[in-house]
Design a protein around this ligand. Structure first.
Ligand code: TYD
Length: 173
């Protein structure tokens, strides 16, 4: 099986309910390798681009509000964005996450254990996990620069390292 990268977002409900450690622990236990992480305040543009394939769905407006943290307190208007890597990482992460609808998710999955459908019908399902290889590639690029991912791009260009420093502005070394 191929080594893949996949995007995980711990959504505002997961953040607010203190499930960040649990999500990371379950993905660690599944044998996945964490190769990037950052907190992100999600702009409307980023939210709409991330979920662009769902733009015609009736739940889209509320989905944008949900991922931006508008249904949760001001202190939780951010997501934790993560990139995981491993053999078959995309399907493995989806399995750990569980089905989209928390009421239909395997009760041992994260969504099955901790997700809920609100009385307004909004799925609050704790985390996002890329759905397939094309989505994973697009989403990892949307949320992270190559240099923010371990092994993604060198932090310092090789010829700028200490031993290979190019001459300074005055031409002296
Ligand atoms: P989708 O991409 O279909 O699922 P997944 O997150 O499992 O890849 O949907 C994106 C999000 O939209 C989903 O996590 C929760 C929300 N959603 C609803 O609120 N109601 C719905 O009926 C569906 C299908 C999704």
């Amino acid at each position: 099986m191929a080594i893949e990268k996949t995007l995980v977002l711990i959504k505002p409900d997961g953040f607010k309910r203190g499930l960040t450690g649990l999500v990371i622990d379950r993905l660690d236990q599944a044998g996945l390798e964490l190769v990037a992480a950052k907190m992100v305040s999600v702009t409307e543009a980023l939210a709409k681009e991330h979920y662009r394939e769902l733009a015609d769905k009736p739940f889209f407006p509320n989905l944008i509000r949900y991922i931006r943290g508008e249904f949760h307190s001001l202190a939780h208007q951010q997501v934790l964005a993560l990139v995981y890597q491993g053999e078959g990482a995309i399907a493995l992460t989806r399995k750990v996450a569980g089905a989209t609808n928390p009421e239909q998710a395997d009760p041992h999955s994260i969504r099955g254990s901790f997700g809920r459908v609100t009385t307004q019908g909004q799925f609050e399902n704790v985390l996002h996990a890329s759905g397939n290889a094309a989505d994973a590639e697009r989403e990892v690029k949307l949320w992270f620069k190559p240099e923010e991912i371990i092994g993604g791009a060198p932090a310092v260009a090789p010829n700028e390292g200490l031993s290979g420093r190019s001459p300074g502005a005055n031409g002296k070394r």
